[in-house]
Design a protein around this ligand. Structure first.
Ligand code: NJP
Length: 234
């Protein structure tokens, strides 16, 4: 399916997976609303950089509205912004606990809630959540991250029921380790020692492009992607 002229809104688009998805969509002729706290537009053509903290529902609503105002429609809504912090539940700082729930879970709810009316109006909508393998399995030291990612997965699965008959396709993307700042951040992301085997952000962006370019007679509900260096956890 050709994406030329479609309009997408992406959160966490300033770097990592979000930026790679933005570049991949731009190369297919998609116009972009790119939301992040830094508001980078990545110097892409037909891209609107939007300063937006997804923890703030009003900012998310205004960023989606600005995208629609600029480009006249919204066909694709991608909730990607996310943070991770890995400790046992009792050792996890209250600040990181709140941040993971607020950014990963509430931010995704706010993003899709703001995008959905426009996706329905488009007549051919796509809603994508960048979740995680941690949204499919419980992982040690990741209780709150898993809780936030299971929440994203549940949200998107439920939205599939609400939106299928309105021709909006809803997809969870569940990667394992991806070599981004998220993975590199010392003591905050996943361990850097497994980086050489990790996937690239561009690998994930290719999957997203594949999902969005399927013929409209079917939809991909979930993709689980893992580097060859990671076990599949059963
Ligand atoms: O992370 P990173 P990834 N409001 O750190 C933005 C999931 N995932 O690309 O605000 C708005 O490179 C931040 O921009 P800025 C992961 O859970 C990853 O790896 O300017 N935006 C930046 O653009 C997440 O959901 C791995 O600082 C906020 C972006 O988010 C998604 O993939 C594995 C924000 C983060 O870029 C993208 O992560 C996996 C806020 N409050 C799932 N806070 C992995 N990398 O290994 C942050 O299973 N951002």
């Amino acid at each position: 399916m050709n994406l030329q002229g479609k309009v997408a809104f992406i959160t966490g688009a300033s770097r990592g997976i979000g930026a790679a998805v933005a570049r991949a969509l731009s190369s297919e002729g998609v116009k972009l609303g790119l939301a992040s706290r830094s508001g980078a537009d990545l110097d892409l053509p037909d891209a609107l950089g939007l300063v937006c903290d997804v923890r703030n529902r009003g900012q998310v609503e205004r960023a989606v509205a600005a995208t629609v105002e600029r480009f006249g429609r919204l066909d694709i809504c991608i909730a990607n912004a996310g943070v991770g912090s890995y400790h046992s539940l009792v050792e996890l700082s209250p600040e990181h606990l709140e941040e993971m729930i607020d950014v990963n879970l509430k931010g995704t709810i706010y993003t899709h809630r703001a995008g959905i009316p426009h996706l329905i109006a488009s007549g051919e909508g796509d809603l994508v959540t960048i979740a995680s393998e941690a949204g499919r399995r419980g992982l040690p030291g990741e209780a709150v991250y898993c809780a936030s990612k299971f929440g994203q997965v549940g949200l998107t699965r439920a939205l599939d029921h609400e939106l299928r008959e309105k021709n909006v396709r809803c997809t969870n993307v569940c990667p394992g380790g991806v070599a981004t700042d998220f993975a590199l951040a010392d003591g905050y992301g996943r361990t850097p020692d497994v980086l050489p085997g990790m996937m690239s952000a561009e690998d994930v962006a290719e999957i997203v492009l594949f999902i969005l370019t399927r013929p409209r007679n079917h939809r991909i509900l979930e993709t689980a992607i893992r580097p060859m260096t990671e076990a599949s956890w059963g």
